[in-house]
Design a protein around this ligand. Sequence first.
Ligand code: SAM
Length: 290
Amino acid sequence: MAYLGNPGKTKEVMQRHDFAVKKKFGQNFLIDENILKKIVSAAEITKDDMVLEIGPGIGTMTQYLCEAAREVVAVEIDTKLLPVLEDTLSEYSNVTVINQDILKVDIVSLAKEKNGGKPIKVVANLPYYITTPIIMGLFESHAPLKSITIMIQSEVADRMKASPGSKIYGALSLAVQYYSDIEIVTEVPPSCFLPAPKVGSTVVNLLRCEEPKVKVNNESLMFALIRASFNQRRKTLANGLKNAPMLNFSREQILEAIEAIGKKPTVRGEELTLEEFAKLSDCFDSSTSL
Ligand code: SAM
């Protein structure tokens, strides 16, 4: 098999299919074989696994995934890439390409249909313009997931690992840390892509925890509180929660809850740990529907 993970082969395939990259879809194709091998090895794929690849591009990583996995489902939004993928993946019978926006795919049904509802692995060199909605969507769908091995902007990887008090700590940090353990696989310079992005990249492995890190009565309420407190970062937690249109709590209820978790009325959301957000959430009526 002629692998595509180098500049010469990538340019040749693109020219043969008269394909020009589209910025709006975040198309930066991987052209470094070592990085491709590192990603696939970090995902620890075996012939038992079904892998969901988000954005196969011209099929560079898909080739490696097809060789390692039992079955690969690759979701690509760009219709123009379909004939390219048909060509580059023609040797593999264990791949299905779905021409859709990943944000509209029902991943629970996909895992049911393709993997009998058992946990799947997600592997991707993500389009950077929608990294956060993709990750939040994967976790919040409660689809059965073993791991998410992804290339993301280094700045987003830093946000995922951030701790309370840091300027970059936010809803993404809390969601990723609630649902998974984070491993940094490798840093990746812009020269490993065609075209080269303007930012540095990092491969991370998010290992889905069997049980979330903290216990909370109403998960949706906890995340609504988290979102509300970070939407208005410069405000105190109390003001952030009072101003959130989705939450209907009185100032008294909010101040009582903040006091009950041992915090001052002037505390900011960015000072709270995951455990404290869970406790705060449990102070409100757990039957609150959102
Ligand atoms: N996997 C390829 C590689 O590593 O060379 C391509 C990665 S490129 C960074 C991101 C890919 O995601 C592109 O092929 C792009 O067209 C696709 N994409 C962008 N938005 C998407 C969406 N909403 N749903 C599915 N695919 C998307």
